[in-house]
Structures are given as structure tokens and as C-alpha cells.
Design a protein around this ligand. Structure first.
Ligand code: ADP
Ligand code: MG
Length: 729
């Protein structure tokens, strides 16, 4: 009989919090100490080198080779002063994780000696072996090489003994193989488009950046228990497990105090994050047991994306130090809330204004309304693309599975702003405004800030909600790279703002006064995008029906949702703004399908193995115990007594048999379907086969296994149970 579970539990029972030593001084004293930021640059770079990096960061000016050499040597001196012996280009391939290839600073030279070398060429470009990163065929058709190129707008940093240099990752032919390249291009497009629109309101605006504040949800599981669950260890989620007697019904975890072991992990994480310049600010328990969240102060998107990727890396490292494992999967436990990564998004100008923050005067509020309504319109016109960008095997368990948020894309504005839009729609009906109306309107919109102050109605079921001075995209998965969603959001916003500007200009050319033209176009947008606005309960069955009536799509699975990637209008959208070309987009589509297939394939394998090699043998062993007990009863009891006494046990023996048979038959059938799916060449069809033919077996197999879990003796069960995984602290 297996004893893994008891060994694992014993290991976890006496764990003490790991002692974390606080660095001396305040956070300000060590914040960013492992980052080659402005201060470090000033200290380690010549005046000339410093200004050329700054020009590269702020204006995107190219660096010449001589400067690159100087910067490299300064960077290396700084890294060496911090004890770094290696360097790596750090990039974000489409697998979702980050990638590194470490090289030592030294190079061997003749005579068995070594010299330290790290020059401009090593800083600026590297050629990692790209063949093992997903590339959707782009690279294969050309040359088996990919390049990483330094992105000076994101500062270098040190982890352990390694200097990490943030880079983009492109193919030999210059096509993007990563998340960052299209993001940077989208941000550029947005900047231009938004500045042009800002000119209507404020001539001083010359730069607009998009901001992102992510909220990272995660679970912590004790390491010993994690290791005793091959499904968790290999797929990141539990493929089996009966619901515990107590789940999250009581909602006591959300308000509960954070357990000591967890606090010490969080503290350690925060210190490490702060040293890396990641401005982590809040931490708290989440709804589900052993679920937590942390969030930083928002930053420019490019940096915020890097910081989130970096945080996910160090979370994993630090959790091990504390004998925990961090689960970033969107749905590690069935029947328990999943994890998301809310993306709070807004736009900021060089004049220090948040464009999604209502202003104090009618004029600034017209600017607010312009950006606000354009966002809603952009979201409306591109809802399917937004759905596609958050699609993944893991996120399918949240979206469209009666959990936050639904797969139907809608926007929540809150009662006050909904009312403002309804009023605008009504008042501007005739197209032409009387001077009176204009004044009334202006006065009315002048009141927005006051109203918003007491706007407390917050809808947690909406995928995209306005929260006072930003939109919150809640449908992003907890393990996702935010760059995916942010590339789409910023591209569609750029596109929308350009359209808006054109339409307003056309009206002005016809002799309309500027404000009136703006109002007129905004009103059209309010009408056009009305069906995407939803203030009700996003989880309810009524919404599914209502959304259908409104003609909104409800793509519940990744293969369905991904189709939008290659829809003509969206391919053209990305091409129009030079964010991605047709090939890059198709390559991405293929990669996402491939990733989906691989995830389901691996889950199916692990499920089959665990069911057949662990669960069935355990059940049979238990059944044998029952059988020998029945035999024993027969020996010691009279025939009449036996008949009565054995009835229940015979029933149990049969139940075990039935579940074992059901598991085995369904695992076999699943393997057959997998074989068929594996023979399909076309990625779309293959993904559909995995989704519609293979995956449905998961539920039956699991259901029977979970029933066995409740039947078989507790001490015999080979896997840590939900109550142990979720409530061990
Ligand atoms: P909640 O859980 O109530 O949504 P949090 O405080 O956990 O709120 O997270 C809010 C996030 O929104 C933080 O990361 C915060 O920095 C971010 N945020 C606030 N203002 C902006 C803004 N203008 N642009 C982008 N993100 C913002
Ligand atoms: Mg939030």
C-alpha cells in the first residue's frame, strides 16, 4: 500500500516559516539596487554614453557601435561590482515563459589563460539557438537562426550571479518570434494616434504612453504535497481530486489573516522584487483557500510587462526557498476559484494627465469622454480579437465555465457613466445642437468628477470594467504574458483614435465647429457600441441568452476563440499599424494552436498514466481487501448471517469494479482519439480534435476516479487530497 501521502504530510506538518532577514534601511534604500537604472548608469557611464542611452530610451534613437562598446563596458563594470560573473539576453518567447542563455564574461585565450570580454556586440545582439522556440514555421522556411536584440527601453538587471539584458527576439528575416516586438510597435502606434487626438484639447501634449497595473493571482501549495501529485507537477493543475467537505463556501479565506509561512514568503518576494525595481505594493488573500494576490504600482506598459514576467520567475524561485510551490495555472483546482491577472490599463500624457480620468472642467471632460468612448468603441469593434488574445487551455477553465469572467466580451461602466452616455445619446439625437443644449450638456459633463467619487458600484463579473480612472481587463489568465492582451488593446485603440480623428476632421471640413463635431462622432459611437455594454451579472444564464440576442459571440474554447487571429479584418488591422505582418500573425495563430494541443496532449497522458498506474491498482488492492473480508465472513458466519452481513460489502466490491471498468474503458477510448488526433497535420483541425474528441474524456475519467477516492480507504489513496492541498498552511 502506498505511503507517499503520509510521508508527504509528515514533511509538511512541522514546517516553520523560513526566517527572512530584512535588508538594512528603508525600501527606498535598496529599491532598484539590482537594476542598471539611471543612477547606476550615471555612475558607470561616460557623459556621452549616458546621453546616448537616454536618447535611445526616450526617442528610440539608434546606438552606434562605439557607444554600444562603451555602454557594455560600463554595464559590465557595474555588474561585476555586484558580483555577477555571467550575462544573458533575457527575452519573452511565445511559450509564455522567459528564456535565458547564460554566457560567462570571460573568454579563453591562447596559453590556457582567459580574458574578460563583454563588448558592444555581445550587448546588442546574440544568436541563441532558436530552433527550440516556437516559431510557427517562420524560421524553418528561411534560416534556422533567430536573433535577440537589446531593448534599451527596459533596463538590465541582475539575478543571482547573472546580468540579464532585456531583448526582443526576431527571426533572421526580421519577423517577431516573441511577445515584446509587436508590443513595442503597438505602443508606438498608439502614441502617435493619441497625441493627434489630444491636440484637440491641449496643444502641449507631445507624448502619450499606455500604463499597466497588473494584479497577479496565485496559489501556494506545500512542496512535499506538490511533489506527490504528478498532475500538479507536470501540468500545473490537478486532474483528479474529490471536492473537500469545506471549500470556499464560507468565503472566510478572503478576509482571513495571512498564515505566517505565507507572510514570510511574501516578504521575501517583496524584498527581491523591490531590489529589481518591481514596485510591488499590495498583497492579500484571495477568495479560494491558499490563493493570494500581489499587485504593483502601475508603470509604463513595456516596463510593467517585463516586471510581471520577472515577478513570475522569481516567485517560483522564492517559493522553493520556503518549501512551497507557486501555482500560476488558471485553474489548479476544480470547483475552486481559478486565478486571473487583471490588467488595469490607462493612458498618460507627457503633461502628467491620465486621459481616462474625468477632469475638473467641461473642456477636460470632453477630452475624458473622447478617450473613454473611443475605448468602448474599440472594444466593441474588436471584441473577438480580444477574446482570441486571452485564449489558452488553462483560461478555458475560467472563461465560459461559470466563473469570473465569462467568455462573452462586454464592457461595464457603472450606473453613473452609463447614465452620462445615455443622456448624451438622447440629447444629441437631432445631430444639431442649440446653444442652450450645448451649455446644458457642457454643464452636465462638468459634473462627472463629483459623481464618480461616490461611484461604488463595482461589478466583479465583467471582463472589461471601468474603475474610475482606468479600464480593468479581467479576463487575462494568471499565467499569461500581459504583452499579448496589451498589444491588442493598444493596437485597436490606436486604430480607433485614427478613425475618430479622420471622422471629426471630415465634419470640420464641412463647416462644423470642433466641439460639435466631436460630440457628433461620439454620439455615433455610443449608438454603435451600445450592445457591448452590460451592467448585470455576467455569470448568469440570462446573460448568455441576452448576449446571443444582441449578436455577441460566446466562444467557449480556445480553438474557436483563436479563429479571430487570422480573420481578414484583424490581419489588416495589425498590418495597417505595422504591428505584425500577415506571416507573423499566421505564425502566431499556429503557435497558439500548437501550444493548446500540447497542453491537452500532456494532460491526457498524465491523466491516463495516473489513472491506470496509480488509481486503478489502489482501487483493486482495496477491492481485494474487501473480497478477502467477505471470504472471511463466509467462514465464520452462518449462511443466513453471511447473506445479511456481506450485502453491503458485495455492493462496494461491485461499485469499485464499475468505476475501475469505466476508467479503463474511457482511458482506452481517449488514447484511441489521441492517436487519431496525432495523425492530423493541420493545426486547426488537430486542436479541434483535441478539444472536442480527446478532452471530453477528462470529465468521465475524473468523475469515476473521484468517486473511488471517496470509496477507497483514506490511508490507501495515492494522491494528496484537496483538503490537504488547500488547507495545509
Ligand atoms: P482592485 O483589486 O480593487 O482592482 P488593486 O489596488 O489591487 O485594486 O489594483 C489596482 C491596480 O490598478 C494597481 O496595480 C494600480 O497601480 C493600478 N492602477 C491605478 N491607476 C492606474 C492607471 N492610471 N493606469 C494603470 N493602472 C492603474
Ligand atoms: Mg482588480
Amino acid at each position: 500500500m502506498s505511503t507517499i501521502r503520509f510521508k508527504a504530510l509528515e514533511d509538511t506538518m512541522h514546517r516553520k516559516p523560513v526566517e527572512v532577514s530584512l535588508p538594512s534601511g528603508t525600501v527606498a534604500a535598496y529599491f532598484g539596487e539590482n537594476v542598471f537604472g539611471k543612477d547606476a548608469m550615471r555612475q558607470f557611464l561616460s557623459e556621452e554614453a549616458y546621453s546616448s542611452v537616454m536618447a535611445a530610451i526616450e526617442k528610440g534613437e539608434p546606438l552606434d557601435r562605439k557607444m554600444a562598446d562603451q555602454i557594455a563596458s560600463g554595464m559590465k563594470a557595474w555588474a561585476a561590482s555586484k558580483g555577477a560573473s555571467h550575462y544573458t539576453h533575457w527575452f519573452q518567447p511565445l511559450t509564455g515563459a522567459t528564456a535565458e542563455k547564460h554566457d560567462a564574461f570571460f573568454e579563453p585565450v591562447e596559453g590556457g589563460r582567459a580574458i574578460e570580454r563583454f563588448g558592444g556586440s555581445q550587448l546588442v545582439q546574440q544568436e541563441p539557438d532558436a530552433s527550440s522556440f516556437p516559431n510557427g514555421g517562420i524560421r524553418n522556411t528561411f534560416e534556422a537562426r533567430g536573433y535577440t536584440a537589446w531593448d534599451p527601453s527596459s533596463p538590465a538587471f541582475i539575478i543571482g550571479d547573472t546580468l540579464c539584458i532585456p531583448t526582443i527576439f526576431v527571426s533572421y528575416t526580421g519577423e517577431a518570434l516573441d511577445f515584446k516586438t509587436p508590443l513595442l510597435k503597438a505602443l508606438h502606434a498608439l502614441d502617435k494616434a493619441a497625441v493627434e487626438v489630444c491636440q484637440y484639447f491641449d496643444r502641449n501634449v507631445t507624448k502619450v504612453v499606455a500604463t499597466l497595473g497588473w494584479e497577479q493571482e496565485y496559489f501556494l501549495v506545500d512542496e512535499a504535497l506538490f511533489n506527490a501529485r504528478p498532475d500538479l507537477a507536470i501540468t500545473g493543475r490537478t486532474l483528479f481530486g474529490a471536492a473537500p467537505a469545506k471549500g470556499q463556501q464560507l468565503e472566510d479565506h478572503y478576509f482571513g489573516s495571512i498564515p505566517e509561512r505565507v507572510t514570510s514568503f511574501m516578504l521575501d518576494l517583496e524584498i527581491e522584487a523591490h531590489k529589481l525595481g518591481i514596485p510591488i505594493k499590495t498583497r492579500h488573500n484571495e477568495v479560494a483557500p491558499n490563493q493570494f494576490e500581489c499587485a504593483p504600482v502601475y508603470e509604463e506598459i513595456n516596463l510593467a510587462v517585463d516586471h510581471n514576467q520577472l515577478l513570475m520567475d522569481i516567485m517560483d524561485k522564492i517559493s522553493r526557498r520556503h518549501k512551497f510551490r507557486v501555482l500560476l495555472h488558471e485553474k489548479p483546482f476544480a470547483g475552486v476559484n481559478g486565478s486571473g491577472k487583471h490588467n488595469n490599463w490607462s493612458l498618460a500624457t507627457n503633461t502628467g494627465k491620465n486621459l481616462l480620468s474625468p477632469g475638473k472642467t467641461p473642456k477636460t471632460n470632453l477630452q475624458f469622454l473622447t478617450f473613454f468612448i473611443n475605448t468602448i468603441k474599440a472594444f466593441h469593434d474588436n471584441a473577438d480579437l480580444l477574446r482570441a488574445t486571452i485564449a489558452s487551455a488553462g483560461n478555458d477553465h475560467r472563461l465560459g465555465a461559470n466563473e469570473a469572467p465569462p467568455a462573452i466580451m462586454s464592457v461595464f461602466l457603472g450606473t453613473q457613466l452609463s447614465k452620462v452616455l445615455d443622456e448624451l445619446e438622447e440629447k444629441l439625437k437631432g445631430g444639431k445642437m442649440t446653444p442652450d443644449e450645448k451649455t446644458a450638456l457642457k454643464l452636465n459633463i462638468g459634473k462627472i468628477p463629483d459623481i464618480l467619487l461616490d461611484n461604488t458600484d463595482r461589478n466583479r463579473t465583467s471582463p472589461f470594467a471601468f474603475t474610475g480612472n482606468k479600464f480593468e481587463f479581467r479576463a487575462v489568465g494568471s499565467s499569461a504574458n500581459c504583452a499579448g492582451a496589451m498589444t491588442v488593446l493598444n493596437t485597436i485603440m490606436a486604430d480607433q483614435l485614427i478613425k475618430f480623428h479622420k471622422e471629426v476632421e471630415a465634419l470640420i471640413a464641412k463647416g462644423k465647429e470642433k466641439d460639435e463635431a466631436i460630440f457628433q462622432i461620439l454620439r455615433n459611437y455610443i449608438v454603435d457600441s451600445k450592445r457591448i455594454r452590460f451592467e448585470g451579472n455576467g455569470y448568469g444564464e440570462e446573460w448568455v441568452k441576452e448576449a446571443k440576442k444582441r449578436g455577441l459571440n460566446n466562444f467557449k474554447t480556445t480553438p474557436e476563440a483563436l479563429n479571430a487571429w487570422v480573420r481578414k479584418e484583424f490581419v489588416e488591422l495589425f498590418e495597417r499599424h505595422n504591428v505584425m505582418n500577415d506571416r507573423e500573425q499566421h505564425a502566431r495563430y499556429e503557435i497558439y494552436l500548437e501550444m493548446y494541443v500540447k497542453k491537452i496532449q500532456i494532460e491526457a497522458r498524465v491523466m491516463g498514466d495516473l489513472a491506470v498506474n496509480s488509481i486503478i491498482p489502489t482501487a483493486l488492492q482495496y477491492q481485494n481487501t474487501l473480497i478477502s473480508n467477505v471470504r472471511g465472513l463466509k467462514e465464520v458466519l452462518s449462511a443466513a448471517e453471511f447473506k445479511k452481513a456481506a450485502a453491503i460489502q458485495l455492493e462496494m466490491i461491485k461499485e469499485v469494479s464499475d468505476h475501475v471498468a469505466a476508467i479503463k474503458t474511457n482511458v482506452d477510448a481517449m488514447i484511441e482519439e489521441r492517436k487519431k488526433a496525432n495523425n492530423i497535420e493541420d493545426w486547426k483541425k488537430k486542436a479541434e480534435a483535441y478539444c472536442n474528441k480527446v478532452k471530453p474524456y477528462f470529465e468521465v475519467v475524473r468523475d469515476n476516479a473521484d468517486k473511488l477516492e471517496m470509496l477507497v480507504a483514506d490511508e490507501a489513496w495515492p494522491l494528496p487530497k484537496y483538503r490537504e492541498l488547500l488547507f495545509t498552511k
